[in-house]
Design a protein around this ligand. Structure first.
Ligand code: NAP
Ligand code: MG
Length: 399
């Protein structure tokens, strides 16, 4: 007996890049490994590993999340021309999150982590706004062409029986760009169900916004599928729970969100969700105070921080500086995964540990121990900002 909490099932652990990779290890070492006999299947998604394996490691990791039912992921670099040069890459690889999301399908739910002494910038928000982002298709699975010069761009669909449908996209008189995007009824339906189910479990309203006035067929399909799934499967349960579903144009949804009290699930198409979740996170205090979980229709859960690899801090870390990077969203990614594992395996002590670690983290912040991003906006103002390692140490003391 180690005295540590034993795990039944394993978690797929996806390591990542830069500052978040450094903190990933620090969080595990100080806050998890001393208390839990960690059982994980480890996949190294560092940029070089992904490049070496032509993304096989990312696909294997996605398959492991599907198989095990629970995954936890560190932030990863999405390759760009600048990164390809910095890391000497063979080629530009697609975003690992896009690969995982298209393997698992589903919806990403992002929810701010609230501490009593951290005030967001939007004064009317009293309760958290949860953002449900569709995780499949649209521009994240597009086909693009750089149009070199004059010519005609067409959209062509060839049915399985050979029947062809064509639309002219544009008659180009000079160079330009064109892209094709898609989605499927199956994925949109599961997006709608994930959102309705989540809202029922939290007892909150659902707002869905799209642009069906302009995109009558594409966004119109999203709107009609949401209405159909809601009417057929959820209306009665929503009424019983005293919650509502409403559709509105995306621009109207944005305007209303800014004047709401919060406490709603805001369902967004893939791109809208990408953009709006950063807006919500930064308005709620800090990018590092946002949790993110991908819920797949097959019943798999992948937890991560909503922010990136915090590149600027990493370069300072490489110069020997102890940075004040906030590890809270990484900690909550781990607690989310451990609690879900505990729930699926029937090991309540694992769930209880996860909740204790979350409480210790919030107690640290509410007791005045915090990193610089929070110290700037805390009320009362924090006397000093801790570096990441000091902050993790203060949480460990409370645990
Ligand atoms: P970022 O890592 O989210 O950081 C942007 C800025 O936000 C930071 O410079 C920092 O501001 C602040 N910030 C974010 N997280 C913080 C934390 N934990 N503690 C304190 N401050 C924090 O975005 P980025 O710099 O644009 O992207 C870096 C890399 O991350 C890119 O290669 C991108 O591809 C990748 N990325 C990955 C994911 C993912 O894996 N889920 C998501 C987004 C981006 P200050 O500099 O002002 O302190
Ligand atoms: Mg984004």
């Amino acid at each position: 007996m180690t005295g540590k909490i034993e795990m039944k099932g394993a978690i797929a652990e996806l390591d990542g890049d830069e500052m978040t990779r450094v903190l990933w290890q620090a969080v595990k070492d100080a806050l998890i490994a001393p208390f839990v006999s960690l059982k994980t299947e480890y996949y190294d998604l560092a940029l070089a590993r992904r490049d070496d394996s032509d993304d096989a490691v990312t696909r294997e990791a996605a398959a492991a999340i599907r198989r095990l039912g629970v995954g936890v992921k560190c932030a990863t670099i999405t390759s760009t021309a600048a990164r390809a040069k910095e890391y000497g890459l063979k080629r530009l690889t697609p975003s690992p999150n896009a690969i995982i999301r298209s393997e698992l399908d589903g919806t990403v739910f992002r929810k701010p982590i609230l501490a009593r002494n951290i005030r967001g910038t939007v004064r009317c928000w009293e309760k958290p706004i949860v953002l449900g982002r569709h995780a499949y298709g649209d521009v994240y699975k597009n086909a693009e062409i750089a149009v070199p010069g004059a010519g005609k761009a067409e959209l062509v669909f060839t049915a399985a029986d050979g029947a062809v449908t064509r639309r002219t996209v544009a008659e180009f008189r000079g160079a330009g760009v064109v892209q094709g995007i898609h989605n499927t009824d199956e994925s949109i339906e599961s997006f709608a169900r994930c959102c309705f189910r989540y809202a029922l479990s939290e007892g909150i309203d659902v707002w869905f916004g799209a642009k069906d006035t302009i995109s009558k067929i594409y966004d119109g399909r999203f709107r009609s599928i949401f209405e159909r799934v809601f009417g057929a499967e959820y209306r009665a349960r929503f009424e019983a729970a005293g919650i509502c579903y409403s559709y509105t144009l995306i621009d109207d949804a944005v305007a209303r969100i800014m004047q709401s009290k919060g406490g709603v699930l805001w369902a967004c198409k893939n791109y809208d969700g990408d953009v709006m979740s950063d807006m919500l996170a930064s308005a709620s205090g800090s990018l590092a105070m946002m949790t993110s979980v991908l819920v797949s229709p097959g019943g798999a859960f992948e937890y991560e921080a909503a922010h990136g690899t915090v590149q600027k801090h990493y370069y300072r870390y490489l110069k020997g500086e102890k940075t004040s990077t906030n590890p809270v969203a990484l900690i909550f990614a781990w607690t989310g995964a451990l609690a879900k594992r505990g729930e699926l395996d029937g090991t309540p002590e694992l769930c209880a540990f996860a909740r204790k670690l979350e409480r210790a983290t919030l107690d640290a912040i509410e007791g005045g121990d915090m990193t610089a991003d929070l110290a700037r906006i805390a009320e009362p103002v924090a006397s000093a900002a801790l570096d990441s390692w000091q902050f993790i140490g203060r949480i460990a003391e409370r645990l």
